[in-house]
Design a binder for this molecule. Structure first.
Ligand code: 5GP
Length: 183
């Protein structure tokens, strides 16, 4: 299936049914790994809001949820500069922290967040991301434990992810159509 958002064309990459099945499995894994602990899920806004909501429905262990807001994208370009919107609102000392990301691209946002959380001396930090672009990853981040899907190094929208603010409400995930540049 093909859609247009703003000035860009996108093709279907992952259907909601597929996403839902994968999230169910991640939820089961988290329930096992964090049995008898009370982790804090930290959703990274804006992109993770739908993933986090669906994930939490599969988590049956006692847990808390909070959010941070950071951004590094302008349109479909990674600016490399991380802008902090909403800081950490909770005391994380001695807590088991699970950072919930929509997508890990270069890893710069995660590196920034992990360093920020470390300052509060949590008991543990791990990362749960729906999408990972292994080819773009520039940081060595050992904390990435739960990955929904590894995807090609392409710009994606839908299921919380936007293009110029649009497309977050799409149920499925789409990838930007490659347009060869004229020489
Ligand atoms: P990183 O810091 O790992 O390079 O980028 C992480 C952030 O950039 C993500 O949380 C997300 O907001 C944004 N991002 C990275 N790749 C994409 C993409 O393909 N589509 C969209 N919509 N955002 C992306």
């Amino acid at each position: 299936m093909h859609i247009q958002i703003d000035d860009k064309d996108f093709d279907l990459l992952l259907e909601y049914d597929q996403i839902k099945k994968r999230i169910r499995l991640i939820g089961i894994q988290l329930n096992v790994d964090y049995d008898n602990r009370v982790p804090v899920f930290i959703g990274v806004l804006n992109g993770s809001f739908i993933f986090l909501a669906d994930l939490m429905k599969e988590v049956s262990i006692s847990s808390e949820v909070t959010f941070v807001k950071v951004s590094s994208y302008d349109g479909d370009m990674n600016t490399g500069e991380i802008k902090k919107g909403i800081g950490l609102q909770m005391d994380l000392k001695d807590r088991d922290v699970i950072i919930v990301e929509d997508i890990v691209d270069t890893g710069a946002t995660l590196r920034y967040l992990i360093d920020l959380i470390h300052e509060q001396s949590p008991a543990s930090i791990c990362v749960c991301t729906l999408l990972l672009k292994p080819k773009s990853l520039k940081e060595d981040i050992q904390e990435i434990t739960y990955v929904g899907f590894e995807i090609p190094d392409e710009f994606v929208v839908g299921y919380g992810l936007d293009y110029n603010g649009l497309g977050r409400n799409l149920k499925d995930i789409y990838r930007a159509r490659y347009v060869p540049t004229e020489t």
